[in-house]
Structures are given as C-alpha cells and as structure tokens.
Design a binder for this molecule. Structure first.
Ligand code: FMN
Length: 173
C-alpha cells in the first residue's frame, strides 16, 4: 500500500483509501476463513528496503490502523526498532499514536530485551512485546528472562543462511 512501491492506477492505487483497499480485502477474506479473533496484522512502517517505501508512513499506517479497527482483530503487531541496527530515532516514532488509534491488542517488536520490554509495557505503550532474534538464540528465553540469566548472542551470519544452523543449535541454560 506504500506510495513509493504501489504505482497502480486502478482502484487499488493512488489515494490512501485506494491503496488500503487490497490489504483490507485480504483481511476480510482471511477473517471469513479463521474468524477475526484468530487473525492478526503486522506493520513495518519504517522499513524502506527491497523497493518498499512510503512518502508519509505516519499518515499511511495511522489510516490503516484506523481501518483495521473495524474488524476486532486478534492483534496488531508493529515493528519500530528501539535497538540497533535500524533503530528508529525517537522523533520519528509513532507507535504510541498507532496504539491509541487501534482498538485491540497492540504488540511491539524490534530490538527489545526484558528490561526494555517491561518498561514499555509499564508505560502502557504496548500490551505485549515480541522477541525475534533473541528467541532464535535462546530456546529457553522466558526462563532466562524469569531468572535474569545471561543470554546467548544471536549470530547474524546464520539468519538468512537457509540451513538449520543458527535455528536449532543454541544451548539452553
Ligand atoms: C532470521 C530472521 C528472519 C526474519 N524474517 C522476517 C520476515 O520474513 N518478515 C518479517 O516481517 N520480519 C522478519 N524478521 C524480523 C522479525 O520478525 C523481527 O521483527 C525482528 O527480528 C525484530 O525483532 P527482534 O529485535 O526481537 O529480533 C526476521 C528476523 C530474523 C532474525
């Protein structure tokens, strides 16, 4: 739906309303199969690679969040990185605005550890925090968080290597 990638001239391109049409139709179709409470939606508004870009991600994704609120979805999940790489500068963040617009469970993601995650939930900036690379590197991540135990460091070179190494071989505590 991003105007930097979507160059359609039919009813799925041009205005924000039109660009949001396709994702919203997809959500409707998926809800018809699974039921709204079993459907979640993920947005990555700050991501600008692989030919994806938008002249005004704030406006685009606030509109989408508002439209998604009609469906009573299971959750909305947003990546807005607080850690390197690709950390989003504080002045460019709008997760709290998306949270205030969206009417359901709001999950944040992107460079969190246990402390940052807890602080964010305590400030009511998200309902939940999700963990990606830390979970890859720590098969027992919840237990480590509970015990305040040291964490294995994710090995970035294995992330997109296309084999099991880096996915099933990190040691548990
Ligand atoms: C190996 C790997 C593959 C990923 N693949 C995708 C993907 O296909 N689509 C996507 O939206 N995000 C993908 N991500 C991003 C994660 O979903 C997550 O947003 C990101 O890792 C930030 O969270 P973290 O800091 O807890 O790892 C991937 C991340 C990793 C580490």
């Amino acid at each position: 739906m991003r105007d930097g990638s979507n160059h359609r001239t039919d009813q799925f391109g041009g205005s924000l309303h039109n660009r949001a049409r396709l994702p919203l139709e997809v959500v409707e179709a998926v809800i018809d199969v699974f039921g709204a409470d079993r459907v979640g939606y993920r947005i990555s508004p700050h991501f600008q690679n692989y030919s994806m870009n938008d002249s005004n991600p704030h406006e685009t994704f606030c509109y989408l969040a508002e439209e998604l609120s009609r469906f009573n979805l299971g959750f909305l999940h947003m990546i807005e990185r607080v850690g390197e790489p690709m950390r989003v500068a504080p002045g460019a963040r709008f997760a709290s605005i998306i949270r205030s617009i969206f009417n359901g469970t709001f999950i944040l993601n992107g460079g969190y550890d246990a402390d940052k995650g807890n602080a964010t939930i305590q400030k009511s900036e998200a309902d939940l925090i999700s963990y990606g690379s830390l979970f890859l590197a720590n098969p027992d991540l919840p237990e480590r968080f509970r015990k305040n135990a040291p964490l294995n460091t994710p090995d970035i070179t294995t992330f997109y290597a296309g084999e099991e190494r880096g996915y099933i071989d990190y040691p548990a505590l």
